[in-house]
Design a binder for this molecule. Structure first.
Ligand SMILES: [Zn+2]
Length: 465
């Protein structure tokens, strides 16, 4: 049974998708006015862990992530450089996709862009006007939260504070202010606008996500994610718009990840503790160490980024890499498999799955992996494993890595079979005390760029660099 903490109910709930074996997932994407910072990537990596776990658990996942390429911030950025909006956002969209690859984040199935879905938003706003949830004021359209009695059910905000008719144009605002919010903003001097049935203008930020999520996933879908700072006003407003328009529940499970702070403080450019992925790459940080760091704290806990904590994550990840290297670079005698290794593997996979089924309990999941490594190392220090057993061990780690994806891309191909055979032949020669032949094979391998090292645990091989 899979369970998640649902922000909507404030409880851990059993996860049951609407369709058997299929999960429809929406995650709020970047506003492409700048390079995302590592706090943004904490959210995207939490969502990647969630998605990979659902795939691992056997679900098909349909994932939509929007690209906000028109809003207050992108317009401000484009205007400050005096270039068209799409020229300004292009650079950051490309950078974002590059970062996703660097961090091993699985691509979404759809990346709808706000500027390419204006008709969907206009249709929805028109519907909200017709149903009486929205009203025109000075050429802009606002959502009347007084007309939607359930307003506040996600963020538990106190709607009593609402001042009748108070309106807000800004996309992002403080939790203290409960206002009618803009669905459509009248065209302003110096801002891009679209000629539509609502008049010239541009959409508010919140309507983008309501229109694009339901467009690709249907009026009701399974999971909606974001950071906790999206809960209010953004997600609260998405619920109001979507449920008022469709007259049915918008999302069944709302999952939010906590903030990332740097050295215990909120990240800010003025404090000099603000990092983009690129800043860290320039400091020679391995992006997969960063990935491991970002995913190894439970998503509902605050995560403190410090270079000391990052170093700890690097060292933990290195233990996994060293273990794999050991197994991949040793030769094992042919032979079948004892129950012991198979049992350990099954238990590791099972514990890993169980832990993540419990609201993505990553600490327990990683503990299962490290326990597996510890036990296998213990066995290897006492006895020789067979080829088949080594294969089972690697298979188990690769299976777990489908979720973590923290192993480097294989640059080096596996040992070619003819070389493996030569190593085995040499082993045999040594056993038969035919040292002349053994040395001849060793020299031959050296010519081929492979050095052998005889250790207590067996033969290791390395490529000459
Ligand atoms: Zn959104």
């Amino acid at each position: 049974m899979i369970r998640f903490y649902n922000t909507l109910s404030g409880k851990i709930e059993e996860f049951i998708p609407l369709r058997e074996n299929e999960v429809r997932l929406y995650t709020c994407g970047p506003t492409v006015y700048d390079y995302p910072h590592i706090g943004n990537y904490r959210a995207y990596i939490f969502e990647d862990l969630l998605k990979r776990f659902l795939l691992f658990a056997g679900y098909r996942v349909i994932h939509v992530m929007n690209i906000t390429d028109v809003d207050d911030k992108t317009i401000r950025g484009a205007n400050s450089l005096g270039i068209p909006l799409n020229e300004y956002t292009k650079k950051y969209i490309e950078a974002f996709f590059e970062d996703l690859k660097t961090l091993h984040i699985l691509p979404a199935d759809y990346y709808p862009r706000a500027t390419e879905h204006i008709p969907d938003m206009v249709r929805m706003i028109k519907g909200l006007l017709e149903k009486g949830y929205a009203y025109f004021k000075d050429g802009s359209v606002y959502f009347s939260i007084a007309k939607f009695p359930e307003y506040g059910k996600l963020s538990k905000i106190n709607v009593e504070e609402l001042k009748a008719g108070a309106r807000l144009d800004a996309d992002e605002y403080e939790k203290e202010s409960v206002h009618d919010f803009a669905l459509w903003k009248k065209a302003k001097e110096g801002e891009p606008f679209w000629e539509t049935e609502l008049g010239p203008g541009r959409p508010g930020w919140h309507i983008e996500c309501s229109a694009m999520s339901t467009r690709y996933l249907g009026p009701t879908f399974d999971i909606h994610c974001g950071g906790i700072d999206n809960i209010f006003p953004h997600h609260e407003n998405e619920i109001a718009q979507s449920e008022a328009y469709y007259g049915q529940k918008f999302v069944n499970y709302w999952l939010h990840c906590h903030h990332l702070v740097v050295d215990g403080e909120k990240m800010s450019k003025s404090k000099g503790n603000f990092y983009t992925l690129r800043d860290l790459l320039a400091k020679q940080v391995d992006p997969l160490d960063l990935r491991f760091f970002l995913l190894s704290t439970h998503y509902r806990k605050m995560l403190n980024f410090t270079f000391v904590n990052l170093e700890q994550a690097r060292a933990s990840r290195q233990r996994i890499l060293d273990f794999i290297y050991e197994i991949e670079h040793r030769t094992f005698p042919p032979g079948g498999q004892q129950e012991k290794i198979k049992e350990l593997s099954d238990r590791a996979l099972n514990d890993f799955r169980e832990a993540l089924s419990d609201d993505l309990n990553i600490s327990s999941a990683l503990a299962a992996l490290f326990e597996f490594i510890r036990q296998v190392n213990q066995i290897m220090s006492r006895e020789k494993l067979s080829q088949e057993e080594a294969g089972t061990i690697l298979q188990t780690i690769r299976e777990i890595n489908r979720v973590l994806d923290i192993l480097p891309e294989k640059k080096e191909e596996a040992l070619p079979p003819e070389i493996r055979q030569k190593i085995e032949l040499r082993q045999k020669a040594r056993q038969e005390k035919n040292f002349a032949l053994a040395d001849a094979i060793r020299d031959e391998l050296k010519e081929l760029g492979i050095i052998l090292e005889d250790t207590r645990e067996g033969v290791r091989w390395k490529r000459i660099k």
